[in-house]
Design a protein around this ligand. Structure first.
Ligand code: ADP
Length: 490
C-alpha cells in the first residue's frame, strides 16, 4: 500500500466519548478518529452498547440484525446499532443484553467474557458490513485479544489476510489478568499459555495486555516518556521484559485533546466565555465556582483544582501528607473525583475540617469538570506515573496553570517555570515525596503573587498546541508501518 492511499481503520475501545466515559481512554477514542478522518481516512469505531447508553438520545439505528458470534463451543448472538461521532464517522455499538444491560461499564466478575464477546462480535460484524479494514486499532486490555486472534483463529480467513493490528497501551497498570478458562471462552485454548524466560507468571495466567503486546504488528503508548519508562522494571508492571523484546516496534505518541469540545471561548457549561486576549473575563468563572462550591468567594485567594480518578497512581498519598500544611498557607482546593474509598475518605475529611477552604465532589460530572478547568488558578496532578494525562492539557487550554510530577506525559507537556529565563509553562517536581510536592506548590503560589508572570504563564498554556493535529499524523504513520510489518511477516 502506498503512503498516499486512504486507509480503512476500525478503532476498538471499551469507552468512547460521548457514549460512555470513565477516563482518558474515552476522550482519546472520541477525538482521535475525527483527526484521522480529517486527514482523509475512513475510520470507524466500535464499542459495547452498555445499558446506560440510551439509543434514542444518540439516535442509534440498527445496522446489523442478530448474527451468531462464536463463544467457547457455542454461538451467542449480537446485533449492531450505529451512532455517529461526526457525519462520516460511524460508531458501531455491539448489543447483547446478557453482557451489557447493567448499570456500570467495568468491574463485573465476567469482564473477561464481556470484552471477549465485544471483540469477537466486532470482527464478525465486519463480514456482515462487508467492510474490510486495513487496520484494526486496539486499545488497552479489553481489546488486546484481537491481535492474538488475527494470528491464530483468523489466520487463514481470507477476509482478514491484509488486516494489520495496532495496539495502544493507555495504562499498563490495568492488564486484564484472568485464569485458563478465558482461553476456552476465546476459542484459543489449543494454543495454551504464553511463555517467556523472564516472566514465569505468564505460564500460569492469561494476561490480555501481554497478548496485545506480543501479537500486534506495531504498538505504541501515549507519550514518548512513558514509552521509555515502561521498558524499566520500575514502570514496566512486570511486562518490561516483553516490552524490551518488542522495543523495535514500540512507539510513543502524545495524546491530543479535542480543541472544539474543550474551548473556553465557546464552552456552554462555564459561567463566562473567554480567550487568551480576554483573560480578565476569566475571574467570573472563579467567583462562580467558589460560590457553587461553598468556598469563600475571593478573587485573590489562589484556588487549586483536582479532577481525577482517585487511585494510587495519581499521587494522592503524598498529597494527603501535605494537604493540611497547604491549606494553612491560605489556598483553596476543589476536588472532583471518584474511586478508591481510602482517598474518598481523605478528601471528605479535608472538606469537613476546612469549610470554605476545601470543596470535594465525589462524583463523575463532566459539566462541573469544565467549570473547574475554567475557574481554578492552578491544576494539580502529582501522579506516581502518568502514561499521558489529559487533565494538565485541558487545564492549560483553559488558563489553569498545571502543577505536576515530571513523569510520563506530564513530563512531555509541562516544563518547570524558570523566573530568571522566562522558560516553562507550569510547575513540576521530580522526587515522589510530600516535600517536593509542597515545594512545587509553594513556588506556584509565589509566582501567583506577580500578576504579569502569572498572566504570561496562562497565555503560554492557552496558546500551546495540544490538539490532535501533530499526533494524528503520527498515528497514520504508525498505521502504514503496521501494514508494512504485517506484509513482511506474511
Ligand atoms: P486517566 O485516563 O488516568 O483517568 P487522564 O488525565 O488521561 O487520566 O484523563 C482523565 C479524564 O477524565 C479527563 O478528561 C478528566 O477531566 C476526566 N475526569 C476524571 N475524573 C472525572 C470526574 N470525576 N468527573 C468528570 N470528569 C472526570
Amino acid at each position: 500500500m502506498m503512503d498516499h492511499q486512504p486507509l480503512k481503520v476500525l478503532l476498538l475501545s471499551a469507552e468512547v466519548v460521548p457514549f460512555a466515559k470513565t477516563g482518558g481512554l474515552a476522550d482519546v477514542a472520541g477525538s482521535l478518529p475525527k483527526a484521522i478522518h480529517a486527514l482523509g481516512h475512513d475510520i470507524r469505531v466500535a464499542m459495547p452498547r452498555y445499558g446506560r447508553i440510551n439509543p434514542a438520545k444518540f439516535g442509534l439505528k440498527e445496522v446489523v440484525p442478530r448474527f451468531p458470534v462464536p463463544m467457547e463451543k457455542q454461538m451467542e448472538e449480537a446485533s449492531v446499532l450505529q451512532g455517529l461521532m461526526a457525519p462520516d464517522i460511524p460508531v458501531y455499538l455491539i448489543e447483547n443484553s446478557k453482557y451489557y444491560d447493567r448499570d456500570g461499564i467495568y468491574m463485573y466478575p465476567d469482564d473477561a467474557e464481556r470484552f471477549i464477546f465485544f471483540c469477537r462480535s466486532s470482527l464478525e460484524m465486519l463480514h456482515h458490513l462487508d467492510w474490510q479494514p486495513d487496520i484494526i486499532h486496539c486499545n488497552d486490555w479489553h481489546t488486546a485479544i484481537v491481535p492474538n486472534w488475527l494470528k491464530t483463529v483468523y489466520k487463514d480467513d481470507p477476509f482478514f489476510q491484509h488486516t494489520a493490528s495496532v495496539y495502544t497501551i493507555h495504562n499498563l497498570a490495568y492488564q486484564g489478568i484472568f485464569g485458563y478458562r478465558v482461553l476456552e471462552i476465546a476459542g484459543i485454548a489449543e494454543y495454551g499459555f504464553m511463555y517467556h524466560s523472564e516472566m514465569a507468571d505468564l505460564a500460569e495466567v492469561v494476561d490480555f495486555m501481554a497478548r496485545g503486546i506480543y501479537f500486534a504488528d506495531v504498538l505504541n503508548t501515549v507519550s514518548e516518556t512513558y514509552a521509555r519508562e515502561i521498558l524499566t522494571p520500575q514502570f514496566g508492571e512486570k511486562l518490561d521484559p516483553l516490552l524490551r523484546d518488542r522495543q523495535d516496534r514500540l512507539f510513543g505518541i502524545l495524546n491530543g485533546i479535542d480543541y472544539d469540545a474543550m474551548n473556553p471561548a465557546t464552552d456552554k457549561y462555564i459561567a463566562q466565555n473567554y480567550d487568551a486576549d480576554h483573560l480578565d473575563q476569566r475571574v467570573k468563572n472563579k467567583l462562580a465556582l467558589q460560590r457553587d462550591a461553598n468556598l469563600k468567594v475571593d478573587a485573590d485567594t489562589p484556588l487549586i483544582g483536582i479532577i481525577s480518578r482517585l487511585t494510587d497512581q495519581k499521587g494522592f498519598d503524598i498529597l494527603g501528607d501535605a494537604i493540611d500544611h497547604l491549606l494553612d498557607l491560605g489556598v483553596q482546593f476543589v476536588v472532583l473525583g471518584t474511586g478508591d474509598p481510602h482517598y474518598q475518605e481523605l478528601f471528605s475529611r479535608v472538606a469537613q475540617a476546612y469549610p470554605g477552604k476545601a470543596a470535594v465532589f465525589l462524583t463523575f460530572n463532566a459539566e462541573l469538570a469544565q467549570k473547574i478547568y475554567a475557574g481554578t488558578d492552578m491544576f494539580l496532578m502529582p501522579s506516581r506515573f502518568e502514561p499521558c494525562g489529559l487533565g494538565q492539557m485541558i487545564a492549560m487550554r483553559y488558563g489553569s496553570v498545571p502543577i505536576v510530577r515530571a513523569t510520563g506525559g506530564l513530563a512531555d507537556t509541562v516544563q518547570d517555570w524558570n523566573p530568571s529565563t522566562g522558560e516553562g509553562n507550569g510547575f513540576s517536581f521530580t522526587r515522589y515525596d510530600r516535600w517536593s510536592l509542597f515545594a512545587a506548590i509553594v513556588r506556584a503560589l509565589e509566582s501567583y503573587k506577580y500578576r504579569d508572570t502569572w498572566h504570561q504563564l496562562q497565555v503560554k498554556g492557552m496558546s500551546a498546541d495540544f490538539s490532535w493535529n501533530a499526533s494524528a499524523k503520527k498515528y497514520v504513520d504508525l498505521y502504514y508501518r503496521a501494514l508494512a510489518t504485517h506484509g513482511n511477516e506474511r
